[in-house]
Design a protein around this ligand. Sequence first.
Ligand SMILES: [Zn+2]
Length: 132
Amino acid sequence: MRDTDRALVQAASAVAKLRCRSASHTLASAARTAQGRVVTGVDVVHPAVDACAEVVLLGAAATQGVGELETLVTVGDRGRSLVPPCDRCRRLLADHFPALRVIVGPLEDPQVVPVTDLTALVPPVAGDPDPE
Ligand SMILES: [Zn+2]
């Protein structure tokens, strides 16, 4: 892990602590560009339609005109651990940013993994019509 990776985990943790204070928002993502710009997003929980923090982050990045994302991490609320992208988000992220690095694993010993290598770490989404 680079210092910038640790800083990204801290950024996501800070957003989770500050903004994930209800059942509506439980995860925070932070991503960094090669130029060091950081974009964040929180998930939107709803009984019918959830929006993952990664999806909200991608929309925010596009809205802000941010270019290629280099590294991403998602952190759970209330000091929960790092959360890997779900299968759908992994595909979305890999399609948009094939060189993206994702920080996963326990908070005390995180690893940086290419998004394209995440498949084995992420269980398929229940009901996914095309599990790998
Ligand atoms: Zn997702």
